[in-house]
Write a protein that binds this ligand. Sequence first.
Ligand SMILES: *[C@@H]1O[C@H](CO)[C@@H](O)[C@H](O)[C@H]1NC(C)=O
Length: 346
Amino acid sequence: MRLSQSVLFFSTLLPLALAKAPTKSGSEVLFGQSGTYPRTTRLADGTLLGIYAKYADGNSTLTTVRSTDNGASWTQNVGLVDTATTASRDLDNPFVHQLASGRVLATFRNHDRAGDGFSYYRITVCYSDNNGASWKYLSTPASLPGGINGIWEPFFQTALDGSLQLYYSRENSDDDQDSILQRSTDGGATWSSPQVITGMEVTARDGMLGVARISANSAEKLAIFESGVNGRFTINTQRSPDDGVTWTTRALLYSTYSSATSAGAPQIIRVGSNLVASFATNEDGGVWPSGAMKVMVSTDGGHKWGDKTTIHVDPAMWAGLLELDDSSFLALYGSGASTYAQKMVF
Ligand SMILES: *[C@@H]1O[C@H](CO)[C@@H](O)[C@H](O)[C@H]1NC(C)=O
């Protein structure tokens, strides 16, 4: 058949179909001093707004940083979202996201401590109308009384209909945690009730969610998360065909070769036609959850993954990702006392 032969001939030559490992562009740069859990987003004005959990002077402080040169350098201490003594409150897991209105939201875990445990759990949302310089309280989409079961690692994405989606992880018991989605149609002021999107059919600790669309403005998207059984973690995905209304196929993305090691703390972004998934792993060394930051690449919308690439050896923890353009991205990680940004190119 002449037609199918020619289709086959051209498809084998298409460069888009070839996976390719990303490589480092330049050296790592300081993202945020004295802290962990780095995240960043591109604002409408073209600058990058970053956030991390800073630990200094006995306080935990959710601190914003800014880059006006596409991540090559970062201005420290641009804004303060919230601060408290580390002994009294657990402020961590921050995430920043700009709405179409220009308002920037920050969400984070905001737990009251009681000794070694917690007396109250919250996911809090604050807002800034000056690109992250000053912040005010907006809402508490989720809270739980103290005890062993908490809520963790919030993540924002704007839906195709303009509503706001908040993803986070909620413990059911010591060995079981599910992935949750709540929606807001008023810019994060009020929230829908929780929808469980992963974990209802398994007893495992699903956590540390990230979500990416498989192509620009596609309703099909992929949530990535770690899943832990008996303290051993693997990287998994759950697919939604309809922008998060339903969540269908659960799949294993990456598992370390040895059952004595783990892969966890993932994130996911789309860079041009590639999906890039990051995770931490101690497969080359490190005492879990400390490990190296690695990425894998998918060219088929997240079905097959390959080109495993080490961004930074152990320790490189609680990593974040940001696409810079169709062929480059930033990898963010905590290493030692501070957080760093490494530019990667395809
Ligand atoms: C530490 O947090 C407290 C509130 O708990 C605040 O009053 C104080 O100013 C903070 N200190 C610093 C150095 O930010």
